[in-house]
Design a protein around this ligand. Structure first.
Ligand SMILES: O=c1[nH]cnc2c1ncn2[C@H]1C[C@H](O)[C@@H](CO)O1
Ligand SMILES: [Zn+2]
Length: 355
């Protein structure tokens, strides 16, 4: 049996976590007061519950409405840096040793900041957070473009401009239905010419066509969620499993799936943890990684996500080691930095625990 202390201490790797989805409720209350933003609840505890309940809607569109309040309080450099620093410290306290944290710079311009000022504010916050965290952690930025907007090329260029300043990749997020990845093909083609990395939210609220486009048209390095790849897998009555062409491609090419179990329950992408496709995909040895998506909206942490999976599927330390190494292999930092964390942090901890 794994103890809760062991689970917290286990080195974890997080590839899919939204900066504007992980604020501390108490920080939201303070920042809202400073700028006069009206919140649905003014008590931090009640506000935290409000986020989880409101996000628990069964629809991605309604889930996304809760971000109006977090984005509203992240419009000046000091607030953004504070949120970024607290995020890194909270992740480190949860045993995360490497994190790629994403947000959409275009959503933080309403009080007059430039895109560059937003990225710099996050960078300063991450540096402060890494320097002040209770355990060592490496935190990097992913810049997201909103898929219903038309700024993806600009954000892709921003991610390349800051590639040596803490930004390791690009992403698109927001409502999936009606906004296919190919809408942003020019941005993805630009990133490929620049030898840059990107992930795409695909196969969460929409099915296989979105995953197919993300990989075969846009050239995504990884898939955000990707749960609907399960629609291309048939389980026969005799227990045998057949992979369709797309599922086989994703597995053969070792395309990382950034799976976020609790988030998927809230948006209706899965019924329960026990029914979540992560169970079968892990058994079939897809390149599965475990992630939080939005810690505030799901009331979760990496430790909690792993504990839920342990309960549902009987996973133990050997499985958590596999998830951590899968994720670190799939990270967007250079290969030598990935190896340093795998060989210097993850493997030694698990070797000591597993014997
Ligand atoms: O799970 C998600 N799917 C699609 N979009 C999402 C998800 N979680 C957060 N977002 C959106 C809302 C945020 O404001 C934005 C940038 O982090 O990304
Ligand atoms: Zn997400």
């Amino acid at each position: 049996m794994i103890t809760p202390e062991q689970l917290t201490a286990a080195p974890k790797v997080l590839l899919h976590d939204h900066l504007d989805g992980g604020l501390r409720p108490a920080t939201i209350v303070e920042l809202a007061q400073e700028i006069g933003h009206r919140l649905p609840r003014t008590d931090a505890g009640e506000l935290g519950e409000w986020f989880v309940e409101s996000a628990d809607s069964g629809s991605l569109e309604r889930y996304l409405e809760t971000f109006d309040h977090t984005v509203a309080v992240m419009q000046n450099a000091a607030a953004i840096s504070r949120v970024a620093s607290e995020c890194v410290q909270d992740l480190a306290a949860d045993g995360v040793v490497y994190a790629e944290i994403r947000y959409a710079p275009e959503q933080h311009l309403t009080a007059g900041l430039s895109l560059e000022q937003v990225v710099n504010a996050v960078r300063e916050g991450f540096e402060h957070g890494m320097a002040n965290a209770e355990r060592p952690i490496v935190a990097r930025q992913l810049l997201t473009a909103m898929r219903h907007q038309a700024r993806s090329m600009e954000i892709a260029e921003l991610s390349v401009a800051y590639r040596d300043a803490g930004v390791v990749g690009f992403d698109i997020a927001g409502a999936e239905a009606g906004y296919p990845p190919t809408r942003h093909l020019d941005a993805f083609e630009y990133l490929q010419r620049e030898n840059a990395h990107f992930t795409i939210h695909a196969g969460e609220a929409f099915g296989l066509p979105s995953i197919w486009q993300a990989i075969q048209w846009c050239g995504a390095d990884r898939l955000g969620h990707g749960v609907r790849i399960i629609d291309d897998i048939t389980e026969n009555a005799d227990g045998s499993v057949e992979l369709g062409r797309l599922a086989a491609y994703v597995r053969d090419r070792r395309i990382p799936l950034e799976m976020c179990p609790s988030s998927n329950l809230q948006t209706g992408a899965a019924e329960s943890i026990a029914d979540h496709p992560i169970g079968l995909l892990t058994k079939l040895r897809f390149r599965v990684t475990v992630n939080t998506d939005n810690r505030l909206m799901s009331g979760t942490s990496m430790t909690r996500e792993l504990a839920l999976l342990a309960d549902a599927f009987g996973y133990g330390l050997a499985d958590f080691r596999w998830f951590a190494i899968n994720a670190m292999k799939s990270a967007f930092v250079p290969f030598d930095e990935r190896l340093a964390i795998i060989d210097g942090v993850i493997k030694p901890w698990y070797a000591a625990e597993l014997g």
